[in-house]
Write a protein of this length. Structure first.
Length: 319
């Protein structure tokens, strides 16, 4: 059971009647942001204080964020309304658009498009993060503005919130800590791959390019969110892949992920190319023919149509 489901179970489905009703201000300090004058070059730098804008969260859907497109200097921080927040702060975009949520993986500041929360120690980052996720629609509904909708500082501070007891909060924090750390590590891996693309088997791109002229091509993987996108971009295979789905998106087994992709794209007669027994077993459960890539990482127990190089896939599909 994942953290959002645990949050719902602990704090909504099984909420204790003795818990008091408070506001977001009882969960942490609500912090706004600001923008240093763009006319002063000395306020900005490529390697300074992290300064996040909603655009940064639009471009990066990761749960954790360390830096945006542009940093600001100490002087820029001092000469603006931007506020330095500690690691573990939960960023919440309050306009244009409302509802981007991320966790600061270091000290950060933001522009005025945020009403972020620095959680109190007894509450913790995980509770605030999943509280905002669960209440996003309700927060959006109390936004106001004639030109564009915005959640004001006062609205954010006074938004209703149940305040659980410290023992239950500690239990949730203990459960979430390893999950968040794992997610942080996986996102670091994705960012590393952006600048250190992998080495691909010979003939992969040429074969995909040729196959894409005859077949719609898809990827299913047990990887985390973001990994497939980074891998495709690094390999230059984005033009040839119609769609993809991974465990990070579905939070379920590979056979179910295969079925979800089939349903989403109305696939009636797909085949799956894989290199492990787990891939073969997943295909059997999903009722999908399996082609074994013998040159890959694993082995299989049964006899399957087999390719010894990726370029052989063209021939076996045409048989």
């Amino acid at each position: 059971m994942q953290a959002q489901a645990i949050f719902i179970d602990l704090f909504i489905t099984n909420a204790k009647p003795e818990w008091k009703m408070g506001t977001i201000s009882d969960l942490g300090n609500v912090v706004g942001g600001g923008t240093p004058s763009k006319k002063v070059e000395e306020y900005y730098t490529n390697d300074g204080i992290a300064w996040i804008t909603p655009k940064d969260l639009s471009n990066d859907k990761s749960k954790f964020i360390t830096h945006g497109e542009t940093d600001i200097t100490d002087l820029g921080l001092a000469k603006s309304s931007a506020t330095l927040m500690p690691r573990g702060s939960v960023l919440f975009s309050s306009r244009a658009p409302i509802g981007y949520i991320a966790i600061a993986d270091g000290q950060v500041s933001t522009n005025q498009g945020f009403k972020s929360i620095v959680p109190f120690d007894n509450v913790g980052t995980a509770y605030v993060y999943y509280f905002l996720k669960e209440n996003l629609s309700a927060i959006e509904n109390v936004a106001s503005g004639s030109t564009f909708k915005e959640v004001s500082g006062g609205t954010m501070k006074n938004f209703p919130a149940v305040i659980p007891d410290d023992d239950t909060l500690a239990k949730f924090k203990q459960f979430c800590s390893p999950l968040l750390e794992q997610q942080r590590a996986l996102e670091y891996e994705n960012r590393y791959l952006e600048t250190h693309p992998g080495v691909y088997y010979e003939g992969v791109i040429d074969t995909l390019k040729e196959l894409a002229l005859e077949y719609p091509l898809f990827i299913v993987s047990n990887c985390q969110c973001g990994y497939i996108e980074v891998m495709m971009k690094g390999a230059g295979m984005e033009p040839y892949i119609k769609d993809f789905l991974c465990f990070g998106q579905t939070q379920t087994s590979k056979d179910q992920t295969i079925l979800k992709l089939m349903e989403k794209n109305n696939l009636t007669n797909p085949v799956y190319v894989g290199d492990t027994q787990g891939d073969a077993d997943s295909c059997k459960k999903a009722g999908v023919p399996f082609i074994f890539a013998e040159y890959g990482l694993g082995d299989v127990k049964e006899d399957y149509p087999t390719i010894h190089s990726f370029s052989e896939l063209k021939n076996i599909l045409r048989e």
